[in-house]
Design a protein around this ligand. Structure first.
Ligand code: KIV
Length: 284
């Protein structure tokens, strides 16, 4: 039986009953398919695709069109999973109108269930306008990679009273603006727990500890593909980089030593056709 896609109401019920939601990023058809088959509750088509797929140093160069193409592929791979499209840098900062139009593209063109955007107080008008437009929007605070320059790098956030209070106030403002959920990145677990307990919407963690309504991880980290750097909060469940290199090296070695392809990997001519071909070649 096909898996039932979760709704905003299901996610809220999970929070209220203490059931933890598990989600992962995906950027392509196959990863999305495997995520759905593994029983993930949600998939994020993160703008981390800039680093994980395109090899950029950060997420800033990622465009709306790239996010839409990848979200479309993910939707095809996971038709029954709650999918969140990630608003890339400059798709929502310039004006409220642009934010609403770009958010709408995700729903119209890629059939996502929700969008996510980064920031606290300064994006409240955008969150409100997108929610007022009838779209599900998730907030994202703490380490927000699109503004890592302002944050002084990819650094944990909310580690002092002052910065923790700022994040808690951002979280409340995001809920009041109409977000259906909040993602908290690279923040001490105590601070994430306060947000989880004070907010009525689900509060999810990536690198913000276990006391959250759910956990997100980047697929390339979980699979051990991304090699540029490994944040403290990452657990690698597989080493696909090593496995892939081993498989490629074996292929190279077998082709060069003529161990591949073997008879079993080739197509034969229809019975009786080969002698006729040979005759024909002789009489040319
Ligand atoms: O783009 C992404 O994958 C994200 C996560 C880092 C939270 O936004």
């Amino acid at each position: 039986m096909a898996k039932k896609k979760l709704s905003r109401i299901d996610l809220k019920k999970m929070k209220d009953s203490g059931e933890i939601a598990v989600w992962i990023t995906a950027y392509d058809y196959w990863t999305a398919r495997f995520a759905e088959e593994s029983g993930m509750d949600m998939i994020l088509v993160g703008d981390s695709l800039g680093m994980c797929i395109y090899g950029y140093e950060g997420t800033v160069p990622v465009t709306m069109d790239q996010c839409i193409y990848h979200s479309e592929a993910v939707r095809r791979g996971a038709p029954n999973t709650f999918i969140i499209g990630d608003m890339p840098f400059l798709s929502y900062q310039v004006s409220i109108e642009e934010a609403v139009r770009n958010a709408g593209r995700f729903f119209k063109e890629a059939r996502v269930d929700a969008i996510k955007l980064e920031g606290g107080m300064r994006v409240i008008p955008q969150i409100k306008a997108i929610a007022d437009g009838g779209m599900l929007v998730m907030g994202h605070i703490g380490l927000t990679p699109q503004s890592s320059g302002q944050l002084g790098g990819f650094k944990a956030q909310g580690r002092t009273v002052e910065t923790a209070m700022e994040l808690i106030e951002d979280a409340h403002a995001i809920e009041q603006a109409g977000a259906f959920a909040l993602l908290v990145e690279a923040v001490p677990p105590e601070v994430c727990r306060i947000m989880r307990d004070e907010l009525s919407i689900p509060v999810y963690s990536i690198g913000a500890g276990i006391e959250a309504d759910g956990q997100l991880m980047i697929c390339s980290d979980v699979l051990g593909i991304f090699q540029a750097f490994t944040p403290k909060f990452v657990k690698k469940y597989e080493n696909l980089a090593e496995k892939t290199i081993n498989a490629f090296q074996e292929y190279v070695q077998e082709v060069r030593s003529k161990q591949f392809p073997l008879d079993e990997h080739t197509y034969r001519m229809v019975a009786g056709e080969l002698p006729k071909l040979q005759e024909k070649l002789k009489s040319r």
